[in-house]
Design a protein around this ligand. Structure first.
Ligand code: UT7
Length: 329
């Protein structure tokens, strides 16, 4: 029998309605549209407003739309991998919350935490359950309500991040379509440069940690940039080289949307021309686990069966990775 690959058979996304523009940020912190646009490529981002709404509430419309597109019901899902850095609660897993909200009564699931590389790690992991024959319908969700951990007085972070969620369905394919290869990496010494100081077991939340704003994301942008710009490009080039792919073989480069300058560096390193690089950072900013599935969702209509896609991400941890997949429909 031919090898089983994990093919993406449906994709969908959801972004909340509220648009936070650079101009609105100018009225909140000492920044300006020209600086944000030239340093990051971001013009606006989406924010989930309203009491009692969490990351799972971004996932529900994304997944319900996906199920409708594929023409299946929630109880056919066997496994949910929820890639997120902003779970609804520290426990239980947001995968469980989502399963309950959509009625996925036959699914087990877990959350996967790899910061901005989460969706890449989740897709690679989900693919294993398909390739092994263990499961036939795996949902990989990537989503974050980044606004829940952003200090809107900190111009180093608040200009970058936004809220959003995307999801893909993985199913077995024996015709050579789907996830072909992945290169995944991490280096925990990078945690110093991008992390949330309090709220974990190292420093449980107290009045003092709240007063010190330690429940928000902390980033040393320049240090992260330096690692991201080389590692994301290198890992994308590595997965291409070991699969004997040159830039002409690539239909689409799907980079994590953290900074337009990091995306450009990855495109240059891989030789993929600008018209094949998927970019929506100007509208959504960095939605962490949401960036890559949101790109797949928005470009779905342009993909053709057999297209070679290279996905690449870099994130806190540090974590980074790249996936080579053949589009299946
Ligand atoms: O997705 C997860 C991984 N994260 C990333 O990949 C993010 C990587 N880092 C970055 O994208 C960039 O480092 C940032 C966009 C965060 C910052 O851009 P930068 O070009 O590295 O700026 P910088 O921190 O070196 O700051 C340059 C100048 C400084 O002023 P001086 O010292 O040159 O006078 C900052 O104080 O820009 C100033 N600055 C700002 N000015 C206006 C910093 N933030 C802002 C701001 N608005 N928001």
């Amino acid at each position: 029998m031919n090898k089983i690959h994990a093919a993406i058979t449906a994709v969908n996304g959801y972004v909340p309605e509220y648009v936070l523009t650079n101009h609105e940020l100018e009225s909140i912190v000492d920044t300006n549209d020209e600086w944000i646009t030239s340093r990051t490529g971001i013009k606006e981002r989406r924010i989930l407003k309203g009491e009692g709404l969490a990351t799972s509430d971004l996932a529900v419309p994304a997944v319900e739309g996906l199920l409708k597109k594929r023409g299946i019901t929630a109880d056919e899902i066997e496994l949910i991998i929820f890639c997120t850095t902003t779970p609804d609660m520290p426990f239980p897993a947001t995968a469980n919350v989502l399963a309950d909200k959509i009625g996925a009564k036959n699914a087990w699931g877990y959350d996967l935490q790899a910061a901005c590389s989460g969706f890449i790690f989740g897709l690679a992991t989900g693919a294993q359950f398909i390739e092994s024959g263990k499961h036939t319908k795996v949902l990989v969700v990537g989503g974050d309500k980044m606004s829940s951990i952003i200090n809107y007085q900190d111009r180093a972070t608040c200009i970058i991040f936004g809220d959003g969620c995307g999801a893909v369905l993985l199913e077995p394919n024996t015709d050579g379509y789907g996830v072909i290869d992945s290169v995944l990496k991490s280096d925990g010494s990078g945690r110093a440069f991008l992390h949330q100081k309090a709220g974990g077991s190292l420093k449980p939340a107290t009045h003092a940690t709240i007063d010190a704003n330690e429940h928000f994301a902390y980033q040393e942008g320049q240090a992260v940039f330096k690692f991201a710009v080389t590692n994301m490009a290198d890992v994308a080039a590595e997965v291409m080289e070991r699969n004997n792919l040159n830039s002409d073989d690539i239909a689409w480069l799907v980079p994590h949307q953290a900074n337009k300058r990091i995306i450009d560096a990855t495109a240059n390193r891989t030789g993929v021309s600008a018209d094949k690089v998927i970019i929506n950072i100007e509208r959504y900013g960095n939605t962490t686990n949401g960036t890559i599935p949101l790109c797949l969702w928005e470009w779905e209509d342009k993909f053709k069966k057999g297209d070679n896609l290279i996905l690449a991400a870099f994130g806190g941890g540090f974590t980074w990775g790249s996936i080579y997949l053949k589009w299946a429909y």
